[in-house]
Ligand binder design. Sequence first.
Ligand code: CP
Ligand code: NVA
Length: 302
Amino acid sequence: MKHLLSIESLTSQEIYEVLDLADSVKAGRHSSTERPLAGQCWALIFSKSSTRTRVSFEVGIRELGGDVMFLSANDIQLGRGEPIEDTARVMGRMLGGAVIRTYRQSDVEIFAEYSQIPTVNALTDDEHPCQILADLQTIREKLGGIEGRSLCFIGDGACNVARSWIWAAARLGFELRIAAPKGFQPDLELLSRASETARILVTEDVHEAARGADVLYTDVWVSMGKEEETASRLAAMTPYQINQGLVGVAARGALVMHCLPAYRGKEISAESFEAHAKTLFDQAENRLHAQKAILRLISASV
Ligand code: CP
Ligand code: NVA
């Protein structure tokens, strides 16, 4: 694995390789003396806000022996129109690797191609691969595995996190159900490509999707970059909330998951959030471990 640009571009074997290593990275966090990024400086280049991703990458790179700089895309010449190709060629001469949060998926792909350094997608409009790998680690810890399980995604079925779940289902073969209103369902071209190997139900009926599910998963109704659509999104998605009534139709002991940040009273009720806070913050912590595994694997392939 030279880069991590999407879940779509991973094989099931690569996904399991990350998950297995993430488990051992987590277990050995305070005893490991390995510093595979020693002597390297990495950059985080972010065009969107972040708490979890920024902190977990900054901590993770340092724990692996590397140095790290945070670059807000607006503060570098990229924000004044310097092409991504030129930015990438400059950075490729100096950095050990790059972690990028931006809008267009093509921008991280172009950066990887032109910089020739390990490049990680830290969220684009199309995918959030680091999130899904940490979530799979969490599901394995709590349910023993994702195989044979069903995961129900509720809310904006066309967002980056939902799209990455579609590719995870295509690669790993678990049952994915997406409950989303019309207009916020995954696009048909994507579904038809993924459906060659995935079992995916897309429905407007949130109870149908949640019934007997092993995992109820949600994300914000208004993703970064979609703020102008806030009113129409809130109106359309109001029935698509994880609350204790919906948890009651899922499987007994079902996990409630959220990539965070969470908006209580919108995509998840305050009651459900607090009832499942242990899972939600274990999920957030696993961003660190899963990403350290990713960094180790891609830096080893250089
Ligand atoms: N889940 C996630 O990526 O959180 P941040 O936006 O805070 O990084
Ligand atoms: N879908 C959300 C994820 C936030 C981590 C967004 O893109 O804003």
